[in-house]
Design a protein around this ligand. Structure first.
Ligand code: ADP
Ligand code: MG
Length: 242
């Protein structure tokens, strides 16, 4: 197996605050790794480091064979390989769904307009929203907007997708449709690193689960980890989610 993302003893501080205290784990090709842990345990920060939205202070992360601490790192190439979707879907409100999706392919990858539209339709099909290609974000529900945000990431043909609590800003009745899209992607073989507090979803989708606690990988294992916690911290965490 080959690691698409490899965290190797990653340290990160914000000033005096040590947020990541030497975390190591790997995401293999085609694997879904789910990061769980209490608020403030460092999950979002860890994710942001992969795309180098944060700079690490020690250790290394290797993404698709590139070290993010390499001074000669091609940041644009790194960010083409890594798709990232956050809690807030931040589509451009004045652009249509097509324009939102094709912006990066057209301007970064220089894809021509007709090809970009065809590819937009294709990724919209993956998230079940082909018929919305000419809509504006405000005409869509929150769940649909988040699905467009996922499609927009897919349009860059990433090698790995990062999802950070993508349903936590949504009304409960809209979370299901977004989780289903992510689950379909996972079944289709997409490599993923995903933060969620939807434990049932985590258990369904995860190949591996990493439980972070106070900036450390506290426990790691297959999806059965949640049913059989080895530490009081994970036991408490799982208990608080039922
Ligand atoms: P999680 O996603 O697990 O809730 P975060 O990675 O968001 O945790 O945050 C971990 C810790 O780092 C928290 O104490 C948070 O307040 C702090 N933190 C996150 N981002 C910053 C930042 N840009 N500047 C200072 N502190 C930050
Ligand atoms: Mg977070």
């Amino acid at each position: 197996m080959s690691a698409i993302v490899k965290f190797d003893d990653v340290h990160l501080s914000f000033g005096a605050l040590k947020v990541l205290k030497g975390i190591s784990f790997e995401v293999q090709k085609g694997e879904v790794l789910v990061l769980i842990g209490r608020s403030g345990s460092g999950k979002s920060t860890a994710l942001r480091c992969v795309d180098r939205l944060e700079r690490i202070n020690g250790g290394d992360i290797v993404v698709c064979g590139r070290s993010i601490s390499d001074p000669k790192l091609d940041l644009r190439a790194l960010r083409q390989d890594v798709g990232i979707v956050f809690q807030s879907y931040n589509l451009f409100p004045h652009l249509t769904v097509e324009q939102n999706i094709t912006l990066a392919p057209r301007w970064v990858k220089k894809v021509d307009r007709a090809t970009a539209r065809a590819e937009a339709l294709q990724v919209l099909r993956q998230v079940g929203l082909e018929e919305k290609i000419d809509a504006y974000p405000e005409q869509l529900s929150g769940g649909q907007q988040q699905r467009v945000a996922i499609a927009r990431s897919l349009a860059m043909k990433p090698k790995v997708m990062l999802f950070d609590e993508v349903t936590s800003a949504l009304d409960p009745e809209l979370t299901g449709e977004v989780l289903k899209v992510i689950e379909d992607l996972a079944r289709g073989g997409m490599t993923m690193l995903l933060v969620t507090h939807e434990m049932a979803f985590a258990q369904r989708i995860a190949d591996r689960i990493v439980f972070m606690h106070q900036g450390r990988v506290w426990e790691e294992g297959p999806r059965t980890l949640l049913a059989d916690p080895q530490t009081p911290e994970l036991r408490t965490f799982v208990g608080s989610r039922h």
